[in-house]
Write a protein that binds this ligand. Structure first.
Ligand code: AQP
Length: 350
């Protein structure tokens, strides 16, 4: 059995500013994983352009969003000296491997992807080919480093399963060549999805049935990492709830998605259990709980927003972090891509 060095990879799309769903679902986990693993954290700008310009905002907004997401990683605690931080489009090997995976992955597999169905909406014929083949590029992002673990929110689980299917099919299709080139019985690992963040699925503040999302047209649906104290308090005050008071036990949250979501957010931000939150606020009105939630959110997010502002005041420094990270990422990706070319049978100059 081939063995693989443990390596973590994950990424976020620079489709506008990150929100507490991205933070609690993935970013806090990324920060923790640096203590025990080598980590590569990518700003996946090529994924960002898979939807219409109205979603990602066009060239000037994209460049700003790439720097903002980079600043958010660093401000939340990702250390660019220890971990690799870079933007995807600077390392061409992602696109190169994605093409090979376009030829390994099956139409039937992509047809099952729920994110494509959600994002394409009713007019699928008008969706970009990039949006459809997004999961193949995501598989390449991870496997070009032969990464073994991917901390993500729950919404990405299906894409991770597809990544494993692609890795497995490549290993099977090219088994003989993989062995001939000295890689034993598998070239790619089957990466593990790590979805146990403090809040793996944060829902919209306006609709407890929809996940909180950067591209939701309503800014009131999310708390952005850059929102100031007044904005956070206002969004929480306006968050949808139901007329009942908060229950005193977790089972009382069943069938009350908006209440459950706010309690989950509070518990994750305050590093408490749901039970402890309900023991404190159960039976009381939402107004008291919402006030406390606003305070907890501001206490946790204001230092991040402050650090982001400081970093973004010097875009040259942010760009230098990305350039250095890209060079380190390329040093891992290039030999892996060369090996893929050899395994597939492409001729390459030495
Ligand atoms: N609501 C969420 N709850 C928990 N985790 C979430 N993530 C996203 N939304 C939530 C996790 O954040 C990481 C980065 O996500 P992404 O930028 O790749 O895109 P996404 O999953 O499609 O997130 P958005 O905010 O909904 O972006 P848009 O609107 O641009 O598509 C991933 O680990 C994701 O699981």
């Amino acid at each position: 059995m081939a063995t693989f060095k443990p390596l973590v990879f994950s990424g976020m799309q620079p489709t506008h500013t990150l929100h507490i769903g991205n933070y609690l679902g993935a970013l806090t986990r990324w920060v923790d994983m640096q203590k025990t693993h080598d980590c590569i954290y990518c700003v996946v700008d090529m994924h960002a352009i898979t939807q219409g310009l109205d979603v990602w905002g066009g060239p000037k907004v994209l460049a700003k969003s790439i720097r903002e997401v980079t600043a958010a990683y660093i401000a939340a605690g990702v250390d660019p000296k220890r971990s690799i931080i870079f933007n995807q489009s600077q390392v061409a090997e992602h696109a190169e491997l994605a093409w090979v995976f376009n030829c390994v992955s099956r139409l039937g597999w992509l047809n099952r992807m729920t994110q494509f169905k959600e994002k394409a909406g009713k007019d699928r014929e008008a969706a970009s080919v990039g949006l459809y083949s997004y999961p193949n590029l995501m598989a390449a992002d991870i496997l070009v480093y032969r990464a073994t673990a991917v901390p993500v929110g729950e919404d990405q689980k299906q894409h991770l399963e597809l990544t494993r299917d692609i890795a497995q099919k490549f290993n099977n299709d090219f088994a003989e060549s993989i062995a001939e080139h000295g890689f034993g019985d598998a070239f790619f690992p089957l990466p593990d999805p790590l979805t146990q963040g403090p809040a793996p699925r944060v829902m919209s503040l306006r609709d407890g049935a929809k996940k909180m999302s950067k591209s939701d047209p309503s800014d009131l649906s999310r708390i952005n990492l850059t929102d100031d104290a007044d904005m956070i308090a206002a969004k929480i005050r306006k968050a949808k709830t139901d007329p009942e008071p908060l229950p005193s036990e977790a089972k009382g949250l069943a069938g009350r998605p908006e209440a459950e979501n706010l309690v989950t957010i509070y518990a994750a931000l305050a590093d408490e259990t749901t039970e402890a939150v309900l023991a404190e606020f159960g039976g009381g009105p939402f107004s008291r709980f919402k006030q406390a939630l606003g305070d907890v959110a501001v206490a946790r997010l204001a230092p991040i927003a402050g650090e982001m502002r400081r970093l973004l005041a010097d875009p040259g420094h942010v760009d230098a972090v990305l350039a250095e990270g890209a060079a380190r990422a390329r040093a891992i990706a290039r030999p892996n891509m060369d090996a893929v070319k050899d395994i597939v049978g492409f001729i390459r100059s030495a």
